[in-house]
Design a protein around this ligand. Structure first.
Ligand code: SF4
Ligand code: SF4
Length: 423
């Protein structure tokens, strides 16, 4: 038998590869197949490539890496597969194999290293926010669009309006429950979320407290490892997962609450990430079992706080890491429906990714731009007063392509406005 092209550390499991019956039901929901109509850029084609590599019939370099790199990791194929193929586990086993075994070009490696040297670090992001503000005040965007290479152009185009007060603000470490306490929860404040979307975190604390949760938000929390997990940087993911578990398990809470879809999905995967480490496997599984997206937690609690009406047509965008990866679709809609007067709109092609997908819109700017424009067209077609979505990456990506046509919010900000929780 030919030797596998994967190394021996957690290769894609043979039994998961064999689950695919090549029916093609996943093809219409795969964004890259929709864009290019190329079999090897579909879930079925990528599983076939993994199968060939596992049999040692192809190597990992060249076409294999190219087609796996082009995958958004959006997991729309997991939702649409009638055979229950766990493409998420296959991709998360394959990407670290590429990172370990396939040398990248110098410029690609440097760009990826720069992303990982900046985004998971809140202090560095705050320094970047200062430069970002100066850059926006000096109106250098047009010049940048002319002189920068595509990946850097994409990065600067996603920079949100920088507000330094927000970037340097800190959250209260403990917010008491309003009325009788129903849960004691700890909140992940995130990296990009903490610096560029402080208002979302602040709204989340107020809403949780108004609904009877005591909210603990540890100051010294770091990156949860989501970027590394989804990009195949296993060492980064493992190190940050262990630190996050250590930070939160000291707090003895009922739940760990997240308002970033990408972080929530990776924190729910800690159990699988650390299952081969006897010192961590049980701790990681216990931690993952406590993790809830904020809309999931709010849907578990009978609404208690009074809501005032918001008479608006609101389109809800399912972040892929919430809808496809965590299967959390009904809960955000149920939570939004507790607001009187609000009309919830569904989007055409709701299952198709907006092109954000972690760091995808930075490293694959062209397909990300096509998907961003397609999402913006679909949103405009339902004529909403505003759009809500539960992931900062989606807010930045969709905001870029809507270009001011429709205001965007996180669902918890809308709920906060309806509850008018005390500030
Ligand atoms: S991944 Fe699922 S839907 Fe896609 S071809 Fe395989 S079995 Fe069919
Ligand atoms: S994760 Fe998304 S882009 Fe990748 S194969 Fe599945 S549907 Fe296609």
């Amino acid at each position: 038998m030919t030797e596998s092209s994967f190394d021996a550390h957690k290769p894609p499991p043979r039994e998961l590869l064999d689950d695919c019956v090549h029916c093609g039901f996943c093809l219409p929901t795969c964004p890259t197949y929709q864009l290019w109509g190329e079999e090897m850029d579909s879930p079925r084609g990528r599983i076939y490539l993994m199968d060939l590599a596992q049999r040692g019939e192809i190597g990992l370099e060249g076409a294999f890496t190219q087609h796996i790199d082009a995958c958004l990791g959006c997991m729309a194929c997991v939702t649409s597969c009638p055979s229950g193929v766990q493409y998420d586990r296959l991709l998360e086993a394959t990407r670290p194999q590429i990172e370990r075994n396939v040398p990248r070009s110098r410029s690609d490696r440097l760009f990826r290293d720069a992303i990982f040297a900046l985004f998971p670090y809140r202090r560095r992001l705050r320094v970047a926010a200062v430069f970002g503000l100066a850059y926006q005040k000096l109106r250098l965007e047009r010049l940048a669009q002319r002189v920068l290479p595509p990946r850097l152009r994409a990065t600067q185009a996603l920079l949100p309006s920088v507000r330094l007060r927000e970037a340097f603000a800190s959250l209260p470490r403990r917010v008491p429950a309003s009325g009788e306490r129903r849960r004691r929860v700890a909140m992940l404040s995130g990296c990009v979320q903490d610096v560029f979307f402080h208002e979302v975190n602040a709204a989340a604390q107020r809403v949780l407290a108004a609904e009877g949760c005591e909210v603990l938000t540890p100051r010294r929390q770091g990156c949860c490892g989501a970027l590394g997990l989804h990009a195949g940087r296993e060492e980064h993911a493992v190190r940050n997962a262990k630190r996050t578990i250590e930070t939160f398990e000291k707090l003895a809470v009922d739940n760990v609450v997240v308002n970033v879809a990408g972080c929530g999905s990776s924190m729910k995967e800690y159990g699988a990430l650390l299952d081969d480490d006897p010192a961590w496997a049980d701790r990681a599984a216990d931690f993952s079992a406590k993790v809830r997206d904020i809309t999931e937690l709010l849907a578990e609690l009978e609404p208690r706080a009074q809501r005032k009406p918001i008479n608006a047509k609101v389109a809800y965008h399912d972040a892929c890491h919430l809808g496809h990866a965590q299967g959390v679709r009904e809960q955000p809609r149920a939570v939004l429906r507790t607001i009187p007067g609000l009309e919830l709109l569904e989007l055409p092609e709701a299952e198709i990714c907006c092109g954000s997908a972690g760091i995808y819109n930075l490293i694959q700017p062209e397909p990300a731009a096509e998907l961003g424009e397609r999402k913006a067209r679909n949103i405009r077609s339902v004529k909403p007063d505003l759009l809500v979505t539960a992931n900062p990456g989606c807010l930045l990506q969709i905001g870029r392509y809507l270009d001011g046509d429709v205001p965007l919010l996180h669902p918890v900000q809308l709920l906060d406005a309806a509850i008018e929780a005390p500030r």
